[in-house]
Design a protein around this ligand. Sequence first.
Ligand SMILES: Cc1cc2nc3c(=O)[nH]c(=O)nc-3n(C[C@H](O)[C@H](O)[C@H](O)COP(=O)(O)O)c2cc1C
Length: 176
Amino acid sequence: MDNEVIKALISRRSIRKYKTQQITDEELKQVLEAGIYAPTGKGTQSPLIIAVQNQEDIALINRLSSGIMGRDGLAYYGAPTIILVFYTELAMTDYIGILDASAACTNMLNAAHALGLGSCWIHRCKEVFETEEGKALLKKWGVNEKVVGVASMALGYPDMEPFTKPRREGQVKIIK
Ligand SMILES: Cc1cc2nc3c(=O)[nH]c(=O)nc-3n(C[C@H](O)[C@H](O)[C@H](O)COP(=O)(O)O)c2cc1C
């Protein structure tokens, strides 16, 4: 079997070095489209997905995220685009909201790879947007509803060759 979609799913890797050049609007649109077509519990479409390309806001998100880890530096590895995924009050439960947002993020990582873009899932979206500065950013972006941060990703043109770790034995069982 030689399926292009499966090949793309298997070959996606986290990218931790990016070119400074911004991705095109069309590439961004396609990645976001993949996110909103991910499955959601009971079809609520609970995620709110925010793509940030304003470099001042990106610098602040990097600072807040790195600060939570107790580090200086770029939590998003200098990527020119950051995508944030929240769940909204549309989610069936808080837990399902997290699953909905995670599915959206995974779709977007894979879509990015399929387009030849680099991406990396970055944690701490919840914590960043619980800070006063994070809440102020949401307000500035016109997000007035109650949202909870779940996942985020760095996105841009890759500037490194990623390494694929061999898969762990016993991770899959087939019961017949
Ligand atoms: C829930 C979750 C949180 C993650 N958080 C980070 C992160 O904060 N920073 C980072 O560099 N990578 C993060 N990653 C990426 C993982 O480190 C990466 O997926 C893993 O090492 C496997 O590598 P691969 O994506 O190249 O297959 C995260 C991945 C997941 C699923």
